[in-house]
Design a protein around this ligand. Structure first.
Ligand SMILES: [Zn+2]
Ligand SMILES: [Zn+2]
Length: 323
């Protein structure tokens, strides 16, 4: 098949639009959409300092490359942040991938570890608290998700970033939309829509410049441009529900190309209505009594989890934390 824009051989068929793309025009498609998303929702303003969370996985690495490319034509500052959860065998190689990419692009790179800022690695936490696999109540993903969010915000503030860019793609976004609908958790959908919102002065606003880009195109972009990414999956990840939703959406997309974009558009139309009804305003949020980060209660979830693990570790006679 030939490219729909020129005479070269096509490397990609976008079924949602019916178009074929050669390498050059495929790159143009991805880069242009990224730039337009940033511009349309004013995700980055001139002179702002943007922290990009880079795990070493395809989404965050491609995002860093696109942001670095944008830097060539638009004045802002870029710093990369990697969270080291402390997962032996999985994290160290992906951190190296993040480091090599940042170095290649000349982007400042900082690493923040659970061990240093929370007190335990994720492996140690699982050792103390048990895991789903062993039939215990809270799985590693619960701790990891809460702490990662907390530490990313801590790190973004530490590097004095105005905003935090994360690598969520179109597939992540529509999976999240459907998952929350199916769980009846509509309030959660009012948190991060197409644009960012200043929720609290202590909370660095998040932006998702890849939310309009299908996962498939991110993978192909990395491959075509020789970008090194880490494709291994976290050994603790057992989110069966998300996997079911993902497969179902992919089947729908196969039968009815464009489904993912339609879902995203529905979410974007609903977002302002949901946000208006459910989002807590600055005045309604407290500061955590321990760490100062915003919370609806007295002590934030990250600190609650930390106290829980410390307590159980003490009961077990384990000392991970130097106090
Ligand atoms: Zn072409
Ligand atoms: Zn706290």
């Amino acid at each position: 098949m030939k490219c729909s824009k020129c005479n070269r051989e096509a490397v990609y068929h976008a079924r949602y639009s019916g178009r074929y793309y050669c390498k050059k025009h495929f790159n143009e498609l991805v880069e242009k959409r990224f730039k337009e998303t940033v511009k349309r929702y004013r995700l980055i303003e001139k002179g702002e300092r943007i922290a990009v969370g880079v795990s070493g996985g395809k989404d965050s690495v491609v995002l860093m490359h696109l942001l670095a490319k944008l830097l060539e034509r638009f004045p802002f500052e870029l710093v990369a942040i990697t969270i080291d959860e402390g997962i032996a065998g999985y994290r160290p190689p992906s951190i190296e991938v993040a480091r090599r990419n940042a170095k290649k692009l000349g982007v400042e790179h900082r690493i923040y570890s659970f061990k240093e800022y929370i007190g335990f690695t994720l492996d140690e936490t699982v050792e103390v608290m048990g895991s789903f696999e062993r039939g215990e109540r809270v799985g590693a993903c619960s701790y990891c998700g809460v702490w990662r969010r907390w530490l990313l915000n801590y790190a973004a503030r530490d590097v004095e970033a105005d905003k935090l860019a994360v690598g969520h793609n179109l597939d992540d976004e529509v999976q999240m939309f459907l998952m929350n609908l199916l769980r009846g958790d509509v309030a959660r959908l009012g948190r991060t829509g197409p644009y960012y919102e200043e929720v609290h002065p202590e909370l660095v606003p998040r932006i998702k410049p890849l939310r309009e880009t299908p996962e498939k195109e991110i993978v192909l972009y990395a491959v075509l441009n020789g970008i090194e990414v880490d494709l291994s999956e976290c050994p603790y990840a057992v989110e069966a529900f998300r996997a079911e939703i993902r497969d179902w959406i992919n089947e729908m997309e196969e039968e009815h190309p464009g489904t993912k974009y339609q879902l995203l558009r529905s979410y974007d139309k609903l977002f302002p209505l949901i946000a208006r009804t459910y989002t807590k305003k600055t005045g309604e949020l407290n500061r955590c009594k321990i760490c100062g980060q915003p919370t609806t209660g007295e002590i934030c979830k990250a600190c609650q989890f930390r106290l829980q693990v410390e307590k159980k570790a003490r009961e077990m006679g384990l000392t991970f934390r130097v106090e």
